[in-house]
Design a protein around this ligand. Structure first.
Ligand code: ATP
Ligand code: MG
Length: 425
């Protein structure tokens, strides 16, 4: 359909008193085709929407009469639209006018919606699309489309019916007592409601890839917590600030998840002293997933997520990924495995994380990185190095000093609602 995507503008409903008026229609995507579990998915969608509306000012209401959710309230409709657009699981978001399901009311209000949608633009063609969820309405959908089109055309200057490439599409959705009129459609994030697939722990570095991977994981229904490994005490806290800012940005799309910060510097040094050499980066990555697995088990996550893309850098060859997987006790999900770097950067820009990722930091992986990273790490060699350390004790020490924050939530557990100094050891 050729709906406009400008900022929503709606007239006040005519001849209609409360509870009719402006609202937002939220169309379900995959949730609509879920079978017996659909009620659970819908409840999750509503809960997530409620969370996204927190602090909006004024009361709001949410109803899910059929395969759509209707949102309304005291806040301006464009504010409701902006909040709904951050909720995963809706395919489209349409500011709408809710009017009684009578021909008289539909016609009068449709005219206003159409006029308002055409204001300030050079629209010449329009189409009416009718969906009748209430089949008892006197006219069929196509009869009403023709009837409304014919009645509206002479009443809007310069506007003619154009069914092939309309500038404005007036959508009319008829339910038993109420009808929704809209002429603007914003694309939603689609996917499955965050939390409906379970919980995951995202390994969040400061780069472009892992935030995009996190967002993809959320769009498949995973509620995400984050873990960042800093090179502290041998690096400055810039990477922690970046991870915090990235997690805050990502938390806009889900009920806020926690950020765990682990100071890896001393453990990295121990691996180097144990003779990791060209295996240093893969050995560090194995230590990261080992630690993340223990952390995930403690926080109730069922999988790890990384931003790996096959072959992107030396540490992401198939052999190295397999070596990393063997150190994990949970599945390691890699949503970006088949993505090109440019695709990832474009997505990061669209998400708003690119502006943070581009900032300079002291990444823990560049600390102690060998001049040449092994592209085909052998498990046997890695184990020889690792056996020189007490890995269980090392993981325990790392987790004993973890710093926990909840970016984007007011009751952040850190005193200054932001990252403090990373733990020194
Ligand atoms: P990114 O852009 O996400 O940093 P990258 O291209 O730099 O990725 P690597 O540095 O090889 O790739 O890291 C691969 C993945 O390992 C990252 O996407 C992330 O999931 C994880 N990872 C790497 N470094 C860290 C870190 N310091 N803290 C947490 N996770 C990390
Ligand atoms: Mg990185």
């Amino acid at each position: 359909m050729n709906h406009l995507t400008d900022e929503p503008r709606l007239p006040a409903a005519r001849g209609a008193t409360d509870p009719y008026g402006t609202c937002v229609l939220l169309k379900h995507g995959e949730v609509a085709i879920k079978g017996r579990n659909r009620r659970l998915f819908v409840r999750r969608l509503e809960d997530n929407l409620r969370t996204a509306l927190r602090g909006i000012g004024g009361s709001t209401w949410i109803r899910t009469p059929g395969g759509i959710t209707v949102l309304g309230g005291e806040a301006p409709v464009d504010e409701l639209v902006a909040r709904a657009r951050t909720v995963v699981g809706f395919t489209s978001i349409e500011p709408a006018l809710r009017v009684p399901s009578t021909m008289e009311s539909i016609e009068a209000n449709a005219l206003e919606v159409l006029r308002t949608a055409c204001e300030g633009r050079t629209a010449t063609g329009f189409a009416v699309r009718v969906k009748r969820r209430d089949k008892t309405f006197a006219l069929t959908s196509s009869q009403l489309e023709r009837e409304l089109g014919a009645r509206l055309q002479p009443r809007v200057d310069g506007l003619r019916v154009n069914l092939t490439s309309p500038d404005v599409t007036l959508s009319v959705e008829i339910d038993h007592r109420e009808t929704f009129l809209s002429a603007v459609r914003h694309p939603g994030l689609s996917g499955l409601p965050v939390g409906s697939s379970g919980r995951a722990l995202v390994l969040l570095s400061g780069g472009y890839d892992s935030p995009v991977a996190a967002h993809r994981a959320m769009r498949r229904g995973l509620a995400c917590d984050f873990v960042h490994f800093s090179g502290a005490p041998y690096t400055n806290p810039a990477s922690v600030y970046k991870a915090y800012a990235l997690a805050r940005e990502l938390n806009r799309y889900q009920p806020p998840g926690e950020l765990h910060v682990v100071s890896l510097g001393k453990a990295q040094k121990q691996l180097a002293v144990a003779g990791a050499g060209r295996l240093q980066v893969v050995a560090q990555r194995r230590l990261m997933v080992r630690t993340a697995s223990a952390l995930a088990t403690a926080t109730g996550a069922q999988a790890l997520v990384t931003g790996d893309s096959l072959g992107q850098v030396a540490s992401q060859t198939l052999a190295n990924m397999a070596a990393v997987d063997q150190a994990a006790t949970l599945p390691v999900l890699r949503p970006l495995v088949g993505w090109d770097k440019q695709e990832i950067i474009d997505q990061a820009r669209a998400l708003g994380t690119a502006a943070i990722s581009v900032l300079p930091d002291e990444d823990c992986c560049s600390l102690l990185a060998p001049p040449q990273v092994s592209t085909g790490a052998r498990i046997g060699h890695l184990k020889v190095v690792e056996q020189r350390l007490d890995l269980d004790e090392l993981v325990e020490t790392l987790l004993a000093n973890v710093q926990v924050m909840r970016p984007g939530q007011e009751d952040d557990r850190t005193p200054a609602a932001g990252p403090g100094r990373p733990a020194a050891d």
